[in-house]
Design a protein around this ligand. Structure first.
Ligand code: SF4
Length: 395
């Protein structure tokens, strides 16, 4: 991907914490939010100098809830990004919104500011399920948000839904899925709930669907979405139509190990085969980018690693190959054998021949020719047990 860059901007604020959430998000006073956005703006300005040669192909405002703070704060960040980075005219510029806060004025402001892709966190259209998740919205608010988004001119809309929720039956899940497909968003992300340690859910007795029902939800998702005109391009992601038009460019950069810069609290980055993440401590982050914004990096670090960076990891060749495989195999298209050779100067079979042969023999991996380029990819059966297979590509 050469000198291409994607930008992720983390907005860590939510009105209230959902019971299953382990994202870096919390509520905060208006004044704390304003201080955060001042620091974020400083970070944008500082980082842009180090990435001035890069063409920005996608921008993603995620959270948290980017539709929760005042829209002017969000729009100003996008404006600053546009002034400081070389954002391509056709860049994909996404923002996540929550139906509880995405009022019409905000949607109109986001559209006007230049966002061209909206991601709505619906999760379910069953009001009881939403309540059990601790979400602030109900199905009516989701429909309103969807209609208002379309009216505001958002043509490219993603809807997030979740399966394996407490108290959810296969029937109620399929109802949510069918109602969403009837709206015809350009993209649907369908994840199953994972109960993460440290969340309120991990302390609660939950009535979760059994393994068989969970598998049935997963298989029915594929079937219903494919019958409704969506193609699966990643384990949990579906785009309308048969081609790449509505696939999420930004997320594909993660899976293909492109360069991305995370701005904001706790945001992760990867550039030049170095990974790092920003501090997750709000006061430290604000302090770094208000009081110490001109601070020099320690001399043993690359100049583009920002001052609030933690967990800096330089990936050696083995680590790069592992990532190439286990991230790339998430994509239905798989990994390009030519790209592996280009990046590592070796044939993929000379490194992973044993594992590849074994899983081709079992029917979990396939070699496929697409317009003259050869890809190694998981079969449908392989995608069903992807975690097990991907683990085999770790040295
Ligand atoms: S809206 Fe999203 S980020 Fe915020 S608490 Fe709920 S799940 Fe977490």
């Amino acid at each position: 991907m050469g000198k291409d860059l994607s930008l992720y901007v983390h907005i860590p604020f939510c009105e209230r914490k959902c019971l299953y959430c382990d994202f870096l998000s919390f509520n905060a006073e208006k004044s704390a939010m304003e201080r955060y956005f001042r620091a974020l703006e400083n970070e944008i300005v500082r980082c842009a100098e180090d990435f001035e040669d890069y063409d920005v192909k996608s921008v993603f405002f995620g959270g948290g809830t980017p539709s929760f703070p005042d829209q002017d704060l969000i729009c100003r960040m996008l404006q600053t990004l546009g002034e400081r980075f070389k954002v391509a005219p056709n860049a994909e510029i996404s923002i996540e919104v929550n139906p509880a806060s995405a009022i019409t004025d905000k949607l109109l402001a986001f559209k006007k500011a230049g966002f061209n892709r909206l991601s709505i966190g619906a999760q379910s259209l069953d009001d009881e399920e939403l309540k059990r998740l601790g979400r602030l919205h109900d199905s009516r608010m989701f429909y309103e948000t969807y209609e208002n988004a379309v009216a505001a001119g958002f043509d490219n809309v993603n809807v997030d839904i979740m399966s394996a929720l407490p108290g959810q039956s296969l029937t109620s899940y399929l109802e949510t899925l069918s109602k969403i497909t009837r709206l015809g968003p350009k993209h649907i992300s369908a994840y199953s709930l994972i109960v993460e340690e440290g969340t309120p859910f991990s302390e609660m007795e939950l009535d979760l669907p059994g393994e068989d029902e969970d598998r049935a939800m997963y298989h029915e998702t594929k079937r219903i979405l494919s019958e409704s005109g969506y193609h699966r391009y990643e384990i949990s992601n579906y785009a309308l139509g048969a081609d790449e038009t509505y696939e999420c460019y930004h997320n594909k950069v993660y899976w293909r190990r492109g360069n991305y810069l995370g701005l904001g609290l706790g945001a992760s980055s990867m550039a030049g085969n170095i990974r790092w993440k920003n501090t997750g401590n709000l006061s430290e982050y604000i302090k770094t980018y208000t009081e110490k914004k001109d601070k020099e990096c320690p001399s043993d670090q690359e100049s583009f690693i920002p001052p609030a960076a933690e967990d800096i990891e330089r990936l050696d060749e083995k680590a790069q190959m592992e990532e190439f495989m286990f991230l790339g195999l998430r994509l239905v298209k798989g990994v390009s054998m030519r790209e592996f050779r280009r990046q590592f100067g070796k044939d993929i079979f000379s490194v992973y021949g044993d594992v590849i042969d074994r899983y081709i023999a079992s029917g979990h991996l396939q070699v496929a020719d697409e317009e003259g380029e050869v890809f190694l990819r998981l079969s449908d059966e392989g995608l069903d047990v992807s975690n097990t297979i991907m683990a085999e590509f770790l040295f």
